[in-house]
Design a protein around this ligand. Structure first.
Ligand code: ARG
Length: 407
């Protein structure tokens, strides 16, 4: 029997060519799977057009799944709880969508009775790691195929291949950038960006072009760590992220320019635009400053970077990541309240206010005015004992350095 494969299909050149190439070279049947994680399927192109392209390339079927809510409610939500930023900067845009896609690949592989799934990644990136490790973590019996790692075609070869097989692609032989996007933001690579000394070009940005020079003030309401309302209007997280992307992005907020360490040992210069992700994490972290007990907050800070590394490295479905989720979830019980954000073009965000019914901030303890309730005298003994060890050490140092007594 012919082997059946479910391919993570984007509608672009590489995955369209991958369908025909796998059929020709490996003699398999291919089912295309397009998972909508909030990527901007170009308005000129309907999901129907994308489906027809997969079929024209030879797929026996092409399934389209709307996973926007799932991506927001399970994946972005956990990233917010974890204030997740890889290497302190990148909010894991692509890294968060891969496990969503993996889950649906496995689902469809079961439905179509397929023995393998496939992706269109090359051998140089993180996404191959995420697809393969992720699939094996939830479906160890499935094989994962990576045609683009095997075919040795340049972009121009792929365009010729598509033409030869009458696959209706829109791509041309020159492509400047490689872009991956979802509702958490956009990741942009290649072209002039590959020179880390060159300032990032303006043209690949779409979400963060300044169209509003007026300051914008927004209030985000959080319940148990989850953003649930924007300016008093309750909405699902996917919609809140969408609305925030537009409002914050219009002031130019949300760009990142960084050199990052890929899992495969390559340093790469990447630019991102992720206005909603960066704004929500800033707001969430600020609210935590107000409500988390000090030791919990400090320990959480240490674990956040580990969480982000694990997710970046393709370990979404792993025992350590899940154990960290349990810790992080426990810390979110009191993260309820409002955060006021102020955006000023071009690209500045300040948190200008926060409040919470669970605040550990106590005006009486904090104030220097007449309402002060703090018992200053109590500090005297505390400070003496706190510093006692260092004081004793210093005295011994002094004794050692002084001239020994002569007899
Ligand atoms: N460097 C980022 C990451 O590893 C972005 C990857 C973007 N992927 C792409 N196929 N262009 O998460």
């Amino acid at each position: 029997m012919t082997k059946r494969v479910v391919l993570a299909y984007s509608g672009g050149l590489d995955t369209s060519v991958a369908i025909r190439w796998m059929i020709e070279e490996w003699g398999v049947e291919v089912v295309g799977l397009l998972v909508d994680v909030g990527q901007d399927v170009e308005s000129s192109e309907s999901l129907g057009d994308i489906r027809s392209r997969a079929l024209a390339a030879g797929a026996i079927d092409c399934v389209i799944v709307d996973a926007r809510r799932e991506m927001a409610d399970e994946f972005c939500a956990k990233a917010i709880f974890a204030n997740a930023r890889y290497e302190g900067k990148y909010p894991l845009v692509s890294a968060l969508s891969r496990p969503v896609i993996v889950r649906h690949l496995v689902d469809q592989a079961r439905k179509f009775d397929a023995g393998a799934v496939a992706h269109g990644c090359t051998g140089k990136g993180n996404d191959q790691v995420r697809f393969e490790v992720g699939t094996h973590a939830i479906a160890p019996d499935l094989e994962v195929l990576a045609p683009a790692r095997n075919w040795g075609m340049t972009r121009a070869d792929s365009v010729d291949y598509a033409t030869k097989w009458s696959i209706p692609i829109k791509a041309t032989k020159e492509k400047i950038y490689s872009i991956d996007e979802n509702l958490w933001g956009r990741a942009i690579e290649c072209g002039a960006i590959e020179d880390p000394w060159a300032a990032p070009p303006e043209d690949p940005y779409t979400l963060t072009r300044v169209t509003n020079r007026e300051p914008v003030e927004l209030t985000i309401h959080f319940e148990g760590g989850l953003p649930i309302a924007l300016d008093g209007v309750a909405m699902p997280l996917a919609d809140l992220v969408g609305a925030l992307t537009v409002r914050a992005g219009a002031t130019g907020f949300g760009r990142l320019d960084m050199v990052e360490n890929r899992r495969v040992g390559i340093k790469s210069r990447e630019v991102y635009e992720c206005p909603a992700a960066l704004a929500l994490i800033a707001a969430h972290g600020d609210l935590e400053d107000l409500v988390l007990e000090r030791d919990v907050q400090h320990e959480k800070g240490r674990l956040e970077s580990r969480w982000s590394e694990l997710v970046y490295d393709g370990m979404w479905f792993s025992p350590l990541k899940e154990a960290l989720d349990a810790f992080i979830e426990e810390t979110q019980r009191h993260v309820t309240g409002d955060v006021r954000l102020r955006f000023e073009a071009p690209g500045l965000l300040r948190v200008v206010g926060r409040r919470s019914p669970r605040a550990l901030y106590d005006y009486g303890l904090a104030t220097y005015d007449a309402a002060d309730t703090f018992r200053h005298a109590d500090s005297e003994g505390f400070v003496k004992i706190y510093g006692l060890g260092v004081k004793t050490w210093a005295a011994r140092q002094g004794a050692k350095n002084s001239t020994p007594p002569t007899s």
